[in-house]
Write a protein that binds this ligand. Structure first.
Ligand code: NAP
Length: 491
């Protein structure tokens, strides 16, 4: 008889949900999802800032097995994405598996029991044959260490913890950071605030994103004409792969797409002073290319200032820049991103022979295919190291990971083993290969949130979506060792 595996998934965001669906569909019926928040949704539950949306077209930013023909526009706003995810959770009857309000503090492997114990902040624990860490890369808000931060007398919050009770009408708002989140909320804030100061450390490359609601006739075509939806999904897939080509080949494709961005920005930035300040000075595609047709015009509105003098400190009355100016503010919003390279930490993860995952990753986080680490049997990571995409849909990666993990667990189940563990030499060789594939790409040509403290690129996959899907399509058992079940002590 096949062994019934107990599986714990950490995180009920897109990755955790994708994995639970895959496991459930293939007969794994003892799955628990532990979620620290009061509700499922992950990044789409937390990021509710005005204008929050995905800049990846919804036809692609959705599960392959849960396609919708009624998206309101190319790129969906956050409430639609969260609704979609909750619908998928309902369709697959996942809700009973999810334990919300449950923060995992530790995952410990027992050599004697050949099992994991997953402990949570409220003192409970779960025994598991396999643990799937689906906490993602973008869930811990990063607030910069700026001197005087705590002395600010006004209101303040991070973009991922938006205070919707705070009324910005008639207020002076300072925004620190100009990444993918800020370019979405700055145009919205500027519509209500009396004055907005935008503090930029580095300029960005932009491409257009109009995102008008689809007209009725177009919606009808998508809904009723067979083949249109899959065609659009393929189209956006190839479009995103082209963006990756531009990043991988900065001297050829990168120049072409970079020129497209240059022309767009030149047209949008009519004010020479704002243009000078906003212009990026690094290779196109090195940092995430931003999609917005609303942000750069907003910077040129009379009540909006783009400030590029470095922030020196925060004072009770506002932000003080290096030139000595005090920029008074009623509210400071930190659009300063996430602690991307922390992965699942501060969670305590100990594997075989008490091995600490932090120590394994002293020289930089790495997992084979972003999923498996030697010394940590049947511990799988979803959206782990080197699986982020700068041009593509993370859902495609997560579905691929879910399929790979399911196959790995089928091997464990069918072989009667306790667990499986990636071989150290396979992991080390894969690490070398991934890092070598960054050579010559745009990613290496500036500093970004893709790098850890040592400068190593630990978040991104160095290739195309199709390569990742291919690489994870089949578990090669020659890359793994099976961990035997412990011998039962006679009663
Ligand atoms: P982000 O891209 O990491 O941007 C953070 C911003 O804060 C950057 O402009 C950064 O400047 C600035 N910053 C950080 N520390 C600072 C400091 N000490 N002083 C001044 N400025 C500072 O964060 P995000 O905008 O929240 O986006 C994070 C990721 O989430 C995105 O890259 C994307 O993958 C995802 N996201 C996706 C969408 C979507 O539509 N798909 C939307 C939002 C977010 P530097 O550039 O100089 O570091």
């Amino acid at each position: 008889m096949k062994r019934r595996l107990k599986i714990v998934i950490i995180g009920a965001g897109l990755g955790g949900v994708a994995t639970a669906i895959e496991l459930k569909r293939h007969g794994f019926d003892d799955v628990t999802i532990l979620e620290k928040s009061p509700s499922a949704g992950g990044t789409w539950f937390h990021n509710t800032y005005p204008g929050a949306a995905c800049d990846v077209p919804s036809q692609l930013y959705s599960f392959s097995y849960a396609q919708r023909r009624d998206w309101p526009s190319v790129c969906s706003p956050q409430p639609d994405i969260l609704d979609y995810l909750n619908e998928v959770i309902d369709e697959h009857r996942l809700a009973p598996l999810i334990e919300t309000g449950t923060t995992v503090t530790a995952c410990n492997w027992s050599d004697a029991g050949a099992r994991w114990t997953v402990s949570t902040a409220d003192g409970r624990s779960w025994e598991a044959d396999a643990v799937i860490v689906a906490t993602g890369q973008l869930h811990k808000p990063a607030v910069p260490r700026i001197p005087g931060l705590q002395t600010f007398a006004g209101h303040t919050f991070h973009s991922a913890q938006w205070d919707h009770d705070y009324d910005m009408r008639g207020k002076r708002v300072a925004v620190v950071g100009t990444g993918a989140s800020a370019v979405q909320f700055v145009p919205e804030v500027a519509q209500v605030a009396e004055h907005v100061d935008v503090f930029q450390r580095t300029g960005n490359w932009f491409l257009p994103r109009e995102n008008r609601p689809y007209p009725g006739w177009f919606k009808a075509i998508i809904k009723y004409v067979p083949g249109v939806q899959p065609f659009r999904r393929r189209f956006w897939f190839n479009y995103c792969e082209a963006l990756t080509a531009a990043i991988r080949h900065p001297k050829t494709f990168g120049r072409v797409l970079g020129l497209r961005s240059w022309i767009f920005m030149r047209r949008q930035l009519r004010d020479p002073e704002v243009r000078r300040k906003a212009w990026p000075h690094y290779t196109f595609g090195c940092k995430r290319v931003l999609f917005s047709s609303a942000y750069l015009p907003t910077l040129q509105e009379p009540h909006v200032d783009l400030i590029t003098d470095p922030i020196e400190r925060i004072a009770p009355e506002g932000v003080v820049t290096g030139d000595g100016s005090v920029h008074e503010a009623d509210c400071i919003v930190y659009g300063t991103g996430f602690r991307t390279t922390d992965f699942m930490f501060p969670m305590d993860v100990t594997g075989r022979e008490g091995q600490d995952l932090r120590e394994t990753w002293t020289d930089g986080a790495f997992a084979h295919l972003g999923i498996a680490v030697p010394g940590f049997p049947s511990l799988f990571i979803v959206y782990g190291p080197n699986t982020n995409t700068s041009g593509g849909s993370i859902i495609l990666y997560e579905e691929a990971q879910a399929g790979y993990i399911r196959q790995a667990l089928e091997r464990v189940r069918d072989s009667g083993a306790a667990a499986l563990e990636v071989r150290h030499d396979v992991w080390a060789e894969a690490d070398r290969e991934v890092q070598s594939r960054f050579q010559g790409t745009a990613w290496t040509q500036c500093d970004s949130w893709y790098r850890d403290d040592q400068g190593r690129i630990v978040t991104n996959w160095p290739g195309y979506m199709r390569e990742y899907v291919e690489a994870t399509s089949r578990v090669d058992m020659s890359e793994y060792d099976l961990v035997p079940l412990p011998e039962r002590v006679p009663a």
